[in-house]
Design a protein around this ligand. Structure first.
Ligand SMILES: Nc1nc2c(ncn2[C@@H]2O[C@H](COP(=O)(O)OP(=O)(O)OP(=O)(O)O)[C@@H](O)[C@H]2O)c(=O)[nH]1
Ligand SMILES: [Mg+2]
Length: 261
């Protein structure tokens, strides 16, 4: 499958992360609760042999029933918790303290995941400070940064991805949750596949073109002559979907496909 968005800082980040693995006791992998399978689209093998904990983040914009089933599924093999930015700090702090292996009275965790799943926001939430830079677009964190939280030390890292996404469905779901920016996708099949997945969840009748045009017109995204600005409408539509503003939908439901067994 074609190359999708893969900025240079991602390969640098992977090299740096590998260099830090020895210095940490546990790895905190942040997944998007809406797509726990698609958001494991990075080389999990680099963390082999480490104590791995999972967070299903952004649970506020996922389908709760599906998230609960993922917690059960993943919980059979690994410590896992659902979380979102509106939840209590103690929920995540206790989870980390209980499940991470501790050396010398100090817990060192590396936080990893695909772009835009909320790694930096999670760190800020736990620290109660704006220690790590966050943003609505993927690729905000560029370098590695230690955040000191007393007994817990967290290493924030940039979002990583497979260099080549070999599967159209994974790329489509990464687009739906905002891990790949819509502006960078020039493969129309990925976009229409993403819309099909969303369309099923949101119970939409119109086809892609009609839906985007109606959406654009309703927001006044018009070009000269009153025709719909399709690019702008499509980009805004996918941005809102990824932010959960058009509904709380989950896109991965095949629990038997969980990577660890
Ligand atoms: N709805 C919702 N949005 C969230 C949550 N956590 C983070 N976000 C939003 O998701 C976007 C990405 O957050 P970041 O914390 O920058 O994500 P990141 O994983 O550090 O991203 P990179 O550094 O680019 O890999 C921001 O717009 C956040 O406000 C959450 O629990 N719920
Ligand atoms: Mg970040």
């Amino acid at each position: 499958m074609s190359n999708v968005w893969y900025p240079g800082h991602i390969s640098k980040a992977k090299r740096k992360i590998k260099g830090y693995i020895k210095a940490v006791d546990s790895i905190l992998i942040v997944l998007d609760a809406r797509a726990p399978l698609a958001t494991t689209a990075f080389e999990l093998e680099i963390f082999k042999g480490k104590n791995i904990l999972f967070v299903l983040n952004k649970s506020d914009i996922a389908n709760k029933e599906i998230t609960d089933k993922w917690i059960q599924t993943i919980g059979r093999t690994s410590p896992v918790i659902s979380f979102n930015k509106n939840e209590s700090i103690n929920k995540i702090k206790n989870f980390l303290l209980k499940n991470s292996k501790t050396k010398l009275n100090e817990t060192r965790l590396l936080i990893a995941g695909v772009p835009n799943v909320g790694k930096s926001s999670l760190i800020n939430k736990i620290s109660g400070r704006k220690s790590a830079k966050t943003g609505a677009n993927p690729g905000i964190t560029r370098g590695l940064q230690w955040i000191n939280l007393g007994k817990i030390k967290l290493l924030d890292t940039p979002g990583i991805l497979f260099a080549k996404l070999f599967n159209k469905d994974i790329a489509a779901k990464l687009l739906l949750v905002g891990s790949i920016p819509i502006e960078t996708i020039n493969n129309y099949e990925i976009i229409t596949r993403a819309f099909e997945i969303f369309r099923t969840e949101a119970d939409i009748e119109e086809d892609f073109e009609t839906y985007v045009e109606n959406f654009g017109k309703s927001r006044g995204f018009l070009l000269k002559g009153g025709i719909c600005d399709f690019e702008r409408s499509k980009n805004t539509l996918f941005k809102l979907i990824s932010e959960g503003k058009l509904g709380k939908y989950s896109y991965d439901k095949d629990f038997s496909k969980w990577i660890l067994n």
